[in-house]
Ligand binder design. Structure first.
Ligand SMILES: Nc1ncnc2c1ncn2[C@@H]1O[C@H](COP(=O)(O)OP(=O)(O)OP(=O)(O)O)[C@@H](O)[C@H]1O
Ligand SMILES: [Mg+2]
Length: 270
């Protein structure tokens, strides 16, 4: 069974989508089978992999999430990308309505889980890119997931709001998904020339301890440019610091995964 990972932080612009695309692409280059699911109505992930406006009506993650029938098959929505082994389920702006429409539906927090779990044996890793809120779409992603990866922008307010996220994780564990783990906390847009960046990194490591990835993603202009070309940064400029950082993150991610698989039954922390 593949591991399902929600990329979440209710703060906007912290690097969730950039991390989902570039970690997934780097894992696919390491010959893993990876699926990206865009669960954000902004559909930034969808355009970041060059698939904007390619979803057709009636065939979208929105339609699947809001269908009366609970047993819709997501498989027909899976699209290949320019990278072998990397597939995508795209979103479109219709998804904005899903948050409201799902409220009245049966098992409204479980809908994405029911859709995604049947795909898990076809992939090694499935990443769900969440919107910047703790609303019903993020909740669905946390209920569907085995773990959550939390990108944190290295800036003054980085830790603000984290208490809300941690409280949400506890609530989800208590009521809906007891085995939800923290995959890792990732420092993004790091600038080692500033004291502030270093201070934030220290604070985050103190709070999340070994859950914090050793790999840090630097601020790198190539990471910001790649989405406008509709490709992961490894296809845009493989020698950039941004590409190197996400390739290093993929290596660390796989090492941690191997270590976790060899250790059984450790209880989630935080
Ligand atoms: N390491 C980086 N260096 C430079 N620019 C970056 C980096 N990471 C992300 N960006 C840019 O910063 C912006 C926000 O990143 P991204 O879209 O990944 O954040 P997000 O958390 O998904 O945002 P949202 O909350 O709106 O979904 C984007 O324009 C992206 O290209
Ligand atoms: Mg995003």
């Amino acid at each position: 069974m593949g591991r399902i990972i929600a990329v979440a932080n209710q703060k906007g612009g912290v690097g969730k989508t950039t991390t989902a695309i570039n970690l997934a692409a780097s894992l696919a280059l390491a010959e893993r089978r990876v699926l990206l699911i865009d669960a954000d109505p902004q559909a930034n992930l969808t355009s970041g992999v060059g698939m904007r406006d390619q979803t057709s009506h009636g065939q979208s993650i929105y339609a699947a999430l809001t269908a009366v029938d609970l047993d819709v098959d997501l498989a027909p929505l899976i699209r290949p990308t320019a990278i072998q082994g990397l597939s995508v389920i795209a979103a479109d702006r219709d998804l904005t309505g899903a948050e409201i429409e799902m409220v009245g539906l049966l098992a409204r927090e479980q809908r994405l889980r029911r859709l995604v779990r049947p795909l898990a044996d076809r992939f090694d890793f499935i990443f769900i890119d969440c919107p910047p809120s703790l609303g019903l779409l993020t909740l669905n992603a946390l209920v569907a997931a085995d773990s959550v990866l939390i990108p944190l922008h290295c800036e003054y307010f980085a830790l603000e709001g984290l208490a809300d996220l941690v409280a949400t994780l506890r609530r989800v564990r208590a009521a809906l998904n007891p085995s939800l783990d923290i995959e890792g906390v990732l420092l993004t847009m790091y600038d080692d020339r500033t004291n502030l960046g270093q201070q934030v990194a220290r604070d985050v490591r103190q709070f999340f301890k070994e859950k914090t990835f050793d790999t840090v993603i630097p601020r790198n202009v190539r990471l910001g440019e790649a989405p406008s070309h509709g490709v992961p940064v490894v296809l845009y400029d493989v020698k950039s610091r941004g590409a190197e950082a996400y390739l290093a993150l993929a290596r660390e991610f796989l090492e941690r995964h191997a270590r976790r698989n060899s250790m059984q039954g450790s209880a989630p922390t935080v």
